[in-house]
Design a protein around this ligand. Structure first.
Ligand code: PRP
Length: 212
């Protein structure tokens, strides 16, 4: 009998690309995926259950074992530092984390303020640079912070660069490149290794075909 798997999927911009990968890997997923507010979607024919989570929460579900697998951005992995394994780079949703701010400005000499959704990554980055900064945690629309005088710099995701440009901000430093990853709970991986390896293999095939 085929083992049941639960997969935590990130709602939002990664979702469509992740769904497309699964479909290309041959999983037969019902139409309610594309247009539904349901948070748990069961696909009995495939013995799969999907949990639709906030992207930042995906590693939490996987670490606690309520999802065997998850799809999470590398940004979320670096920020959350959860006890999960990364199985595969899915190469979807490429973007990077960068330091940005108003053009032609220098940071305050004393405790410059850095606004970000990523306090762990940002504080680690500035510590490595030998700079003492004050981190201001925001939950979105980070680009507002330098524009209205809340922060000297932001640390945020840059994808097309449009948000920076349209708000008159410039990039100062790139921190790290980001793509989405397939992650797994270590205990699930031990208990359900055959099914998980098969799923990872099917996805690996699709990813290698797309990136060739
Ligand atoms: C992300 C990120 C930037 C933007 C970058 O925000 O925080 O604001 O996308 O994309 P771009 O370079 O293509 O313009 P998101 O849309 O996830 O919303 P948020 O502001 O609520 O974080």
């Amino acid at each position: 009998m085929m083992t049941e798997l639960t997969i935590a999927m990130p709602k939002g911009r990664i979702f469509d690309e992740a769904l497309e990968l699964l479909k290309q890997a041959g999983y037969n997923l019902p139409p309610e995926f594309d247009d539904s507010r349901r948070l748990i979607i069961e696909v009995p024919e495939e013995k799969l259950t999907f949990i639709l989570a906030k992207p930042m929460d995906v590693p939490t579900y996987v670490e606690h074992g309520v999802a065997d697998l998850g799809i999470a951005g590398k940004d979320v992995m670096l920020e959350e530092e959860r006890d999960v394994y990364e199985l595969l780079d899915l190469k979807i949703s490429p973007c990077y984390l960068a330091v940005a701010g108003l053009p032609g400005t220098t940071m305050s000499e004393v405790a410059p303020k850095i606004a970000t959704k990523y306090p762990t990554i940002a504080s680690g980055y500035f510590r490595e640079q030998g700079e003492q900064v004050e981190i201001i945690k925001l939950n979105g629309s980070i680009e507002l912070a330098p524009m209205i005088g809340l922060a000297d710099r932001i640390v945020d995701i840059v994808s097309t660069g449009r948000t920076l440009k349209e708000n008159g901000l410039v990039e100062y430093e790139k921190i790290v490149g980001i793509t989405s990853r397939l992650i797994v709970n270590p205990v699930s991986y031990r208990m359900k290794d055959e099914r998980i390896d098969e799923l990872a293999e099917r996805l690996r095939d699709v990813v290698s075909r797309i990136t060739v």
